[in-house]
Design a binder for this molecule. Structure first.
Ligand code: DGJ
Length: 759
């Protein structure tokens, strides 16, 4: 039993072996949070955790002589204006102009498993035995509304999911002007907030700040989860490290504008809110209608930040990602974007694909430029018909030729967008999101189709489904290359414009649902100018995300390291690209480019015909290596070891669930003269097992002449493998001679350490 209810049916204790979440009904009928943290024993009453006291300048929300001041109560889903002066979880504008509401506990229900939130995507369960859901029913009599609060606890994951649903039963219409997915009040503020911020090309940088009085927010108002502030954030204790201590993680299963907000009061408490950003949101309800919020995901770790990441990785890998590709080995792909841009024809594509086949690549992906008048960024989006000047046999013909080579074929699309120079726009100029009589802001010369309108989704769906039905397509890269401006739907009434942002996101989910249902065998990879829409909503449909357009093997260490806090390696699209790197101009050795990309879903983003014979041999070896290790990498437990945000080095390791195999990566930015040894301390291994340890280092042949004293001995050790216990590797660490980086002949070097248990 995961959910206990007190004898008076007013206190609820959700508990698994990781955490306890306890709440109760307050004297005014509203819900109070008593505890969220490491699992504690069940007991008949937790009333002692209720704190109430005398506070000057307070107002009280229960009949005299009550001292219930909501400003000091830790509430489950608070409103504003009835003695709580903090930011609320919801707000309802009523016909009489009032925004006051008070939802009082009425009843509860505990159900096995987890109800669907469709059409919103949400975390799943494969069987009802995996967890339980508590549904609290609250009512606000003055508005004739019901509020349902959903809490799902998994038996075997340190994860709690939450959402809220508002129903207007009768009376007069109301408007929700704020409806967040969850609120969590914590009794102190001794936390640091970690956010994952950035921009195009430098997504998910790790930022850590101490909480302070007032509001600190992590948000997007871009109509997308955004490259600027990913919806995932963490509250950790100051003493928490990667390997120990308490941390709470928050995310939402949503791809639109979001708000994650942490408010600390001057008396030292913390309120965490997350959900749809309230700006530009208002949802009018008429009697009989309801509004369901997206799902919030709360993770708890008593084992440091790596423990928190593993909680989210396990949930995402097994219960967010779904479909046949959840558990299949991910194909090694080659994408032509950095090789050709939009400037290609069938002969060139076939030449690139042939070489890819030669080295062992499994999937060829044709990127942007194959359709309509798409020869540059100004035209073509919206017309999903192959350009037969470039591809005489269309996508059907090309895909058949690629398949005949023994490769699978993948295709790029950007279904939510349109260029004005397109047949679609010329036929339906009112189908873009744009406000009447206002300038229409453009981005990459394109406009956002109004997916809040079903007829628009229908039209795009029919075009894209036709291409897929006719051709042999195994993979789709779904791109989205601008944020939303002038979010106004020309298909909605003025009083419903506050729904447009959210309805647009529901339209995207609708198209994804239709395509993934009709084509269940296709592997989808989401993309948004790189990683500008890396979120749990997308991962419900697309198991992989193109992590960043920045493919520089050095900067990618930071991007993938930051991404790994909230998202598993099996979702991190990572490719080896050409040098000089297109985004940074940097020359990172081929070995390091691959050593970074292995820790994701691996592929190439270049024309292999331009590599030397020696490089091609290395690429063949890389492909073979990834094929042999991808199951370990995509299903194992990942541990961050050394942060690239803190110094010259990066380190990480992935360890199989059974701890029999592991693969560690070590990366050094700049080489140093006369540098000594370093100890690379690993994690996650079985301390009592002995492992065979083998280094994988790409030595520059110029160093094979032994002009460095002792080099011959060092090189000889590279071919030997050590046998060491897990405890030695984790606590004493693996001694690495820094000459291992010098003999790679440049900066931005790296090495891999393969571990295999031998007893
Ligand atoms: C942005 C993506 O991130 C790139 O990989 C590529 O697909 C381009 N769009 C194509 O326009």
């Amino acid at each position: 039993m995961l959910i206990s209810v007190s004898p008076n049916a007013e206190t609820f204790h959700l508990r698994n072996r990781f955490f306890s979440y306890i709440m109760t009904v307050m004297e005014n009928g509203q819900m109070e949070n008593l505890y969220f943290g490491k699992a504690v024993h069940e007991r008949p009453s937790f009333a002692y955790l209720h704190e109430e006291g005398l506070h000057g300048m307070s107002a009280f929300n229960a009949p005299e002589p009550s001292r219930l001041c909501l400003s000091f109560a830790r509430q489950e889903y608070p409103s504003y204006g009835t003695s709580d002066f903090r930011c609320p979880a919801f707000e309802i504008e009523q016909r009489n102009g009032s925004r006051i509401s008070a939802f009082k506990f009425r009843s509860y229900e505990i159900i096995p498993g987890k109800p669907s939130l469709a059409p919103l995507p949400a975390a799943t369960m494969e069987s009802d035995a995996e967890g339980e859901t508590l549904i609290l029913k609250l009512a606000d009599d003055a508005t004739d509304m019901t509020l349902y609060l959903f809490y799902t606890i998994y038996a075997d994951l340190p994860i709690l999911t939450r959402s809220a649903k508002f129903e207007l039963n009768g009376g007069t219409p109301v408007t929700l002007t704020r409806a967040l997915s969850m609120s969590l009040d914590l009794p102190d503020m001794a936390y640091e907030m970690m956010t994952f911020t950035g921009a195009w090309g430098r997504e998910r940088s790790v930022r850590t700040r101490k909480l302070d009085h007032g509001v600190q927010a992590n948000f997007s108002m871009r109509g997308s989860s955004s490259a600027e502030m990913n919806p995932f954030f963490i509250l950790k204790r100051p003493e928490t490290t990667e390997h120990q201590g308490e941390a709470l993680g928050f995310n939402i299963v949503y791809s639109g504008s979001h708000l994650g907000q942490v408010e600390c009061t001057s008396d030292g408490t913390t309120r965490v809110l997350t959900g749809i950003h309230p700006d530009n949101f208002s949802w009018r309800l008429t009697p009989g209608e309801s509004f369901q919020t997206p799902e919030a995901i709360l993770g708890y770790s008593g084992d440091g930040l790596n423990g928190l990441s593993r909680a989210f990785h396990d949930l995402i890998r097994t219960r967010i990602v779904r479909g046949v590709w959840r558990d299949r080995p991910r194909p090694i792909l080659l994408n032509n974007w950095e090789a050709t841009g939009m400037n290609f024809d069938e002969a060139l594509i076939l030449k690139i694909a042939e070489k890819a086949k030669d080295v062992g690549v499994e999937l060829f992906v044709l990127d942007d430029g194959w359709f309509g008048a798409r020869n540059d960024e100004h035209a073509g989006l919206g017309d999903w018909v192959a350009n037969t000047d470039k591809l005489p046999g269309g996508i059907k013909g090309l895909s058949e030729k690629i398949e005949a080579m023994g490769l699978k074929f993948g295709l790029w699309i950007e279904p939510e967008m349109v260029n004005k120079d397109s047949d679609l726009y010329r036929a339906h100029p009112d189908w873009i999101l744009s406000a009447p009589n206002r300038f229409q802001s453009h981005g990459r010369f394109q406009y956002v189709l109004d997916f809040s309108r079903k007829e628009v989704v229908d039209q795009v769906h029919s075009q894209i489904a036709k291409v897929i039905r006719e051709a042999k397509i195994s993979y789709i890269k779904w791109d989205s290359n601008r944020y939303i401006t002038e979010c106004y739907s020309n298909g909605s009434a003025p009083e419903d414009q506050g729904k447009t942002f959210h309805k647009h996101i529901l339209g995207i989910y609708d198209l994804y649902t239709r395509l993934t249902t009709e084509f269940p065998e296709i592997l989808f990879e989401s993309c948004s100018s790189g990683g500008a829409r890396y979120d749990l909503g997308m991962l419900c449909f697309a198991p992989q995300t193109w992590t960043s357009d920045n493919t520089d093997g050095y900067e990618r260490q930071r991007i993938q390291y930051g991404t790994s806090y909230g998202y598993p390696l099996s979702s991190i699209g990572a490719h080896v690209s050409a040098v000089p790197n297109h985004q940074t101009g940097r020359l990172v050795p081929l070995s390091t480019r691959a050593n970074v990309a292995y820790f994701g879903t691996f592929g190439y983003e270049l024309d292999l015909n331009r590599l030397s014979a020696d490089e091609i041999e290395k690429v063949k070896d890389q492909v073979k290596f990834m094929k042999a290790n991808r199951e370990l990498i995509h299903r194992g437990d990942f541990y961050r070891l050394i942060s690239p945000f803190e110094g010259n080095e990066t380190g990480w390791i992935v360890v199989g669930k059974d701890k029999k195999k592991a693969l560690a990566g070590f990366y050094q930015c700049l080489n140093n003269a006369n540098a000594g040894w370093l100890r690379f301390r690993l994690a996650g291994l079985d301390p009592n097992r002995k492992y065979r340890v083998a280094l994988r280092v790409d030595v520059d042949p110029r160093y094979l002449a032994p002009f460095i004293p002792g080099l011959d001995r060092l090189l000889a050790t590279l071919n030997q493998s050590a046998e060491l216990y897990g405890d030695e590797l984790m606590y004493a660490g693996l001694p690495l001679n820094r000459m291992l980086f010098v003999i790679q002949g440049c900066d931005f070097t790296s090495l891999l350490i393969e571990l295999e248990a031998i007893e």
